[in-house]
Design a protein around this ligand. Structure first.
Ligand SMILES: [Mg+2]
Length: 247
């Protein structure tokens, strides 16, 4: 059971731009940064914005952050004293991976993960994210319900790159039954479906073959789809049809 993380199981209000502003407000009062301008600089600059380019060579946290820190520095530059840019960019790194700073788990996340876990599914997080994602998952109190965490920063492949999914599935023994649940119609849903993995789009009005209002609804749909299935493989296309009828 592959779950996207950000926007699916948990979220950080304000995302990266918000994190930059929080750091500046706290450590550099009097800065001249504005959220919209910071966001405009960051837009399109993260590794997941270049999902066709694998980056397994950046799999250590420091290597990954070394490629992202210049982007964070650009967003800060001009808004504070130049000499403080490196220190503040580093503070953004530390704050973003601190679960106690703004990160929130959706209300239905634990019940959704519990529903699938209690019916024999293995919960796996598959996310385009930072190298410290597994720590974040644990600090947010989801460690008991999540068996494995695969972050693109560590695997080197960003969804919807097919290898992002294959790495996770291979590590889990290539199970015959698998689903992807996420809030991004391209990275999560189209990426999974391209490999024949049935997928459910959640928490958005975007278009997809299968949608659910939240992860609790998605978990129920998956469990119902396989109810009575004692382990034989079922054609994912058949499961898709069945779950559509049941919706
Ligand atoms: Mg997401």
């Amino acid at each position: 059971m592959l779950w996207d993380f950000d926007g699916t199981l948990a979220w950080r209000p304000g995302l990266w731009g918000g994190c930059v502003l929080e750091v500046l407000d706290e450590l550099a009062p009097g800065h001249t940064a504005e959220l919209e301008k910071v966001r405009a600089v960051l837009k399109g600059g993260f590794p997941w914005d270049r999902h066709t380019e694998p980056h397994p060579h950046l799999s250590s946290p420091d290597a990954w952050w070394e490629t992202v820190t210049p982007l964070l520095s650009r967003a800060i530059r001009g808004c504070v004293e130049e000499a403080r840019v490196p220190e503040l960019a580093h503070a953004v790194r530390l704050r973003f991976i601190d679960a106690s700073k703004q990160w929130r788990v959706f209300d239905d996340t634990r019940s959704a993960l519990g529903t699938t876990a209690s019916t024999g599914w293995r919960n796996v997080v598959l996310s385009n994210h930072v190298p410290e994602l597994s720590t974040l998952v644990a600090q947010l109190g989801l460690g008991d319900l999540v068996e494995r965490v695969f972050s693109s920063a560590t695997t080197g492949y960003e969804k919807p790159h097919p290898e992002a999914f294959r790495v996770a599935l291979r590590a889990c023994g290539n199970p015959a039954r698998r689903w992807m649940v996420g809030d991004n119609p391209i990275a999560d849903v189209a990426g999974a479906e391209a490999l024949g993995i049935p997928a459910i789009l959640v928490r958005t009005n975007g278009r997809a073959r299968q949608t659910a209002k939240d992860v609790a609804a998605a978990a129920k749909l998956i469990v119902r789809t396989f109810a009575g299935d004692t382990g034989g493989t079922r054609d994912p296309a058949q499961a898709t049809l069945l779950s559509k009828e049941e919706t």
